[in-house]
Design a protein. Structure first.
Length: 325
């Protein structure tokens, strides 16, 4: 997978001459600071480039430069996201911890693992390498259209799954849609079905379980000056493991003011995943959650942020983003 890193390093220098980025096209203020977090064609209100690219590969910034985001959270390893762009194409290496997070799809977990993870405020680790590529079809002041490709590889299953996406804007409005195939994997060793003494391995006749599934995402929003508002849907086909479909609706908003970026989100999830409350798991088909974040540009290429409930753990986490043009 070294070629992924090579692409990220080379992208900023390729086709650099004569290409304009979204800030120049739209004449956005303070775009080297916090507004640089919105360098994409849709989903402007999401808190980071990696979050947006994880939902739709067409959201990968193609603007000239290279950048990285570092994720900090107590009792968890440091996470990384990398992005790079040439002005015509862009690439992103996305953290494997964004599934089962506020802005991510819900995938099945064993209940005892889910409980232990929430009690210890541990991020979900999908054990995947996620890579997205995007390109600009057209970029004009009043409209634009980008496309993207998504590649996912699970370290245990060792299959490459692919997907595609489109993102566009017309005047103050923007939209996006994506489709991709994916896998999840469960370690069944030394685990029992909740409320019984029956091992999972006895039911499935093996020490692990894996399944492929399909995900569709849709978004629509508007951006007026430094205010962005979006509505998004994440739909996962029925999982055979627990016979559930996943339907997630996310409303999000952001406001850039001087060197500050404020983000807020509301998530409604319809799934069979339990709800963690009062240190226990409670059956709940409909689950609601909120997210809040604030980011500040100390220095034009550097943005630091604090986030609440980014990983659906009622946790506080921090980010540091650096982007060089």
């Amino acid at each position: 997978m070294y070629f992924l890193w090579i692409i990220l390093i080379l992208l900023p220098s390729a086709h650099a001459q004569g290409s304009k980025d979204i800030c120049e096209i739209l004449d956005l203020p303070n775009c080297s600071g916090v507004s640089g977090q919105n360098r994409r064609t849709s989903n402007y209100s999401l808190p980071s480039p990696a979050t947006a690219a994880n939902l739709n590969p067409a959201n990968v910034s193609i603007d000239r430069g290279i950048g990285g985001e570092v994720l900090f959270q107590t009792n968890n390893p440091v996470g990384f996201n990398l992005v790079g762009g040439s002005g015509r194409f862009g690439g992103a290496l996305i953290s494997p911890t964004l599934e089962n997070s506020f802005f991510g799809v819900r995938v099945p977990e064993l209940e005892e693992n889910f409980l232990e993870r929430n009690q210890g405020k541990k991020r979900f680790d999908s054990k995947k390498l996620n890579f997205a590529l995007a390109g600009g079809i057209t970029r004009q002041k009043n409209y634009g259209l980008d496309f993207g490709l998504l590649f996912k590889r699970h370290s245990e299953i060792k299959k490459v799954r692919t997907g595609l996406g489109l993102a566009g804007r017309v005047s103050i409005f923007n939209f996006g849609a994506s489709y991709y195939k994916d896998d999840f994997w469960l370690d069944l060793k030394n685990t029992k079905i909740a409320g019984t003494n029956t091992p999972y391995s006895t039911i499935y006749g093996k020490n692990s379980y894996d399944e492929s599934f399909q995900v569709r995402t849709y978004s629509a929003g508007l951006k007026f000056w430094n205010l962005s508002i979006d509505m998004g849907k994440i739909l996962a086909d029925k999982y055979q493991f627990d016979d559930q479909k996943v339907d997630i609706t996310i409303y999000s908003a952001s406001l850039a003011w001087r060197n500050w970026l404020f983000n807020y989100g509301m998530r409604t999830e319809d799934s069979l995943a339990p709800k963690f409350e009062d240190d226990a798991l409670i059956p709940a088909k409909i689950k609601k959650a909120t997210y809040a974040g604030v980011q500040y540009s100390w220095w034009r290429p550097l943005v630091v942020g604090v986030h609440y409930n980014y990983f659906l753990l009622n946790e506080v986490s921090a980010t540091m983003t650096v982007f060089y043009r």
